[in-house]
Design a protein around this ligand. Structure first.
Ligand code: UDP
Length: 320
C-alpha cells in the first residue's frame, strides 16, 4: 500500500487517479486546501494531519505501507514571504514528524514534492539539477531544507528517496473531473481562464520590466498528469531498488512568458482577455525553465503534454 500525504490537493489528487490503477492507496489529508471529492473513490481516505503523531501512527499501524509520497505543503511564494512561520511549521517541522514516524515503522521509501523555487534566481537559461540552489523566499527555503534533511536521513538511517522539483504545474485531468481548484486562486492559468469565463474583471500581469523578450516572467508549465506519471516512475525505481537518493527536475524544457500564456489561452478559448499591466510580485525570478534530461535518461520519463494541451484540459475542467 502507498501512503499519499496531501492526496486531496491539486497535484496529489491527480497522482492518486493514476496510482490506483496499479497500487492500493491510502490518502491522508487535513483538507486545509484539498477537497475530499477530488480523491479517487478507489483510494482509502483518512482525514488527519501530517503533524499529528497519533494520526500518523494509526495509519502506519493499520496499513502495510511500503512507500510514502508527500504533497501536503503550502506553496505560495508571496504568502511565504508574509507568513514564514506557517511555511516552516508545515513544510519543514511537520515533514520531520512524518519522516520520524515512517522510520519508526521501518518504511524507507519516500517521494518528495519539491520545487524550482529551490534554485532562486538561476544563472543558467536552462536549469539542471546540479545548478546552484539559492532560494529567494521562505517557500523555496522550506523545500530545500527538507531536501537536505532527506540526504542526511539517507546517510544516517538508510531512508531512500526521490526528490521531484516541479516547475509550474498546470492543467487538469483528461476526464474533466478534477482540476486546479484553489481558494483563493493565485495561479496564472486558472486566473486567466476564470477571467475569460467572466468570473473576474481582469487579469493583472505582475511586472513588465523583467529582462526577458517581452518584459514578463518566463515559466516552464508542466501538465499535472505528466507530473503524476513521473511520481509513478520514481516509485518503481525506489521499489525495485535502482534508485536510493535522487533529485530530478520536472518540466517541459520550454519557457512561456506571462503574455504568451495569455495569448495561448485566448487562442484555445476563442475569447479576448481583459489584461492590466501591473507591478512585479515579490519573490518572482524572471525566468525558470527546466532541463528534465536527467529523469529521461535514468527513468525514461518525459513530459508529453505542451502548453496548448495544458490549457485545453484546464478549460474543459473550468467549464464543468
Ligand atoms: N502571474 C501574473 N498574474 C497573476 C498570477 C501570476 O502575472 O495573476 C505571473 C507570476 O508573476 C509568475 C507567473 O505568472 O511570473 C506564474 O505564476 P504562478 O503564481 O502561476 O506560479 P509560480 O511561478 O508562482 O509558481
Amino acid at each position: 500500500m502507498i501512503l499519499v500525504v496531501g492526496g486531496a490537493g491539486y497535484i496529489g489528487s491527480h497522482l492518486v487517479k493514476e496510482l490506483v490503477e496499479k497500487e492500493e492507496v491510502v490518502v491522508l489529508d487535513n483538507l486545509a486546501t484539498g477537497h475530499e471529492e477530488a480523491v479517487d473513490s478507489r483510494a482509502v481516505f483518512v482525514k488527519g494531519d501530517l503533524g499529528n503523531v497519533e494520526d500518523l501512527e494509526s495509519i502506519f499501524s493499520k496499513y502495510p505501507i511500503k512507500a510514502v509520497m508527500h504533497f501536503a505543503a503550502f506553496s505560495l511564494v508571496g504568502e511565504s514571504v508574509q507568513d514564514p512561520y506557517k511555511y516552516y511549521e508545515n513544510n519543514v517541522a511537520n515533514t520531520l514528524t512524518l519522516l520520524n514516524v515512517m522510520l519508526k515503522h521501518n518504511v524507507k521509501n519516500f517521494i518528495f514534492s519539491s520545487t524550482a523555487a529551490t534554485y532562486g534566481i538561476p544563472k543558467e537559461e536552462i536549469i539542471v539539477e546540479k545548478s546552484e540552489t539559492s532560494p529567494i523566499n521562505p517557500y523555496g527555503r522550506s523545500k530545500l531544507m527538507v531536501e537536505q534533511i532527506l540526504a542526511d536521513f539517507h546517510a544516517a538511517y538508510g531512508l531512500n528517496y526521490v526528490v521531484l522539483r516541479y516547475f509550474n504545474a498546470a492543467g487538469a485531468h483528461v476526464s474533466g473531473e478534477i482540476g486546479e481548484n484553489h481558494d483563493p486562486e493565485t495561479h496564472l492559468i486558472p486566473i486567466i481562464l476564470q477571467q475569460l469565463l467572466g468570473e473576474r474583471e481582469s487579469i493583472s500581469v505582475f511586472g513588465t520590466d523583467y529582462p526577458t523578450e517581452d518584459g514578463t516572467c518566463i515559466r516552464d508549465y508542466i501538465h499535472v498528469t505528466d507530473l503524476a506519471n513521473a511520481h509513478i516512475a520514481a516509485l518503481d525505481a525506489l521499489l525495485n531498488g535502482t534508485k536510493k537518493a535522487e533529485t530530478y527536475n520536472l518540466g517541459n524544457g520550454v519557457g512561456y512568458s506571462v503574455k504568451q500564456v495569455i495569448e495561448m489561452c485566448e487562442k484555445v478559448t476563442g475569447e479576448k482577455a481583459n489584461v492590466i499591466l501591473g507591478d512585479r510580485r515579490a519573490g518572482d525570478p524572471a525566468r525558470l525553465v527546466a532541463s528534465s534530461d536527467k529523469i529521461f535518461s535514468e527513468l525514461g520519463w518525459k513530459a508529453e503534454r505542451g502548453l496548448e494541451t495544458i490549457i485545453e484540459s484546464a478549460w474543459k475542467w473550468h467549464n464543468k
